[in-house]
Ligand binder design. Structure first.
Ligand code: CMP
Length: 145
């Protein structure tokens, strides 16, 4: 029966709220199209101040968002499985606002390039809306903190 056959595969797919509205086929196509990158604990995924040409969805593990201001270094957040990061530079064209470091033995992230995001956003405007909403919230919390 197709339903029982599909179940174990779905179990293996990470739960990603950002993509919860995507049809299953589009979700799987995204995983086929985008590279899955693996980082050991301490591995640096994003460097503050650099140019951004992709954003990342956490498929396993977790990351620390670290802001360097002069000599001072501060943790802005810890993000786990299903969360995403790196959307701010993509949406604004500004340099990376913080560094992102693997905080688990192995962190796996799906790397979604700007052109893939553009075509995804055209087909599924709710993805672009959700990204913009998060970007705004993070900008506000960065100003406050
Ligand atoms: P970007 O500026 O491209 O690169 C660093 C990323 O860290 C940024 O996008 C956000 O995804 C993330 N980030 C920045 N500030 C916060 C915050 N306050 N909470 C969670 N994530 C953040």
């Amino acid at each position: 029966e197709p339903v029982t056959e599909a179940a174990p595969q779905d179990e293996a797919l990470p739960k990603i709220p950002l993509f919860s509205d995507l049809p299953r086929d589009a979700f799987i196509a995204l995983f086929e199209r985008c590279p899955l990158r693996r980082f050991p604990e301490g591995g640096r995924i994003i460097e503050q101040g650099t140019k951004g040409d992709a954003f990342y969805v956490i498929c396993a593990g977790r990351v620390r968002i670290v802001r360097q201001t002069g000599a001072e270094q501060r943790d802005l957040a810890v993000l786990g499985e299903g969360a995403f990061f790196g959307e701010m530079a993509l949406l604004s064209g500004a340099p990376r606002s913080a560094s992102v470091v693997s905080a688990a033995e192995e962190t796996q992230v799906l790397e979604i390039s700007a052109p893939v995001l553009a075509s995804l956003s055209r087909r599924y405007p709710q993805v672009a809306r959700a990204l913009r909403r998060f970007c705004r919230q993070r900008l506000l919390s960065d100003v406050v903190n």
